[in-house]
Write a protein that binds this ligand. Sequence first.
Ligand SMILES: *Cc1c(COP(=O)(O)O)cnc(C)c1O
Length: 378
Amino acid sequence: MPVNNPHLKPFIPPQRVLMGPGPSDVPQRILDAMQRPTIGHLDPAFQDMMEQIKSLLRYAFQTENPLTFPVSAPGSAGMEMCFVNLVEPGDKVIACINGVFGGRMLENVKRTGGVPVVVGDEWGKPVTVSKVEQAFRDNPDAKVLAFVHAETSTGAQSDAKSLAALAQKNGVLTIMDCVTSLGGTPVLIDEWGIDAAYSGSQKCLSCTPGLSPVTFSERAIEKVKARKTPVQSWFLDLNLVLGYWQSAGKRTYHHTAPINPLYGLHEALVILSEEGLENAWARHRAMHEKLKAGLKDMGLEFVVEESARLPQLNSIWIPDGVEDASARSTLLTEFNLEIGAGLGALAGKVWRIGLMGHSARQENIDFCLKALRQVLQA
Ligand SMILES: *Cc1c(COP(=O)(O)O)cnc(C)c1O
């Protein structure tokens, strides 16, 4: 029997301007790519496209790592893939925490049976390199260093280059979260010597959510192959995934890739390479400067000190007397503008204005400043 429900009809989403912590505005070109016909995931034409995605991702990550591909799940799954493969029970992991996502890394260390050594910094501050140096002195048996490059919960960027250099000096593997930095600020995997990094499709790449680009160095692969215990997750076990993402022609079934979302990621990466990484970084920086000037005119203050500020994620203190939830709700319902709320320790105290990917453009900034001005005046 068909369901006779008059409320059942196609879902037509409202048209929003996305200036929160992700997803960012998705360009029409990407949405067009995603509605093309679905083909089989072992079809040679699809495999060719997967090879192109891998190569385009190597460009985005600035790496030669052969093992660079999108995990068929959101950024959180990329995070989990790094930890379940590279941390064995009993492995000591130095985990840097300066916001929500560092906290999730710690949770991953615990669940993989690793022994965490926490290096904590205040929310809104970058990871303090000298504290990590001290942690290495105190823990010469550490095996992994884990940190978040761009902490989306606060808008602080940490010095990935110095942190990775410390890890190399101490002979440990590095796991880096670059979900919000990839495509927005420099992410130089090979130059910095990062062993494992994961990102997300919906932040500065401006694709739809649900895919997590990852990259692994040879050292990381050796560690996975030398494991004494099996990877606890079947789906995220690199040993098995390798057979699926290895060179076209030899591919074997592991799971069914999300075909149409991958068309979208392909298009997003083509757009990024057309613009050029350096130009994309410069655009995020320039748009941040414009937003900053407008916010300053309104008397709004940044949470993060200038030297560690992420251009693509602008955390500002909510002015006294302004009610967080109702202001954001007015922005959403009357202006169709989404900005981010504060998380964790900063909930109710800050707003997070994203300038990620396609959202980092002049018309969005003008629109956001105008809407904010009206809501704050009301
Ligand atoms: C968004 C984000 C994630 C999680 O990505 P999802 O796609 O939401 O799972 C992880 N780390 C950081 C820094 C993020 O900003």
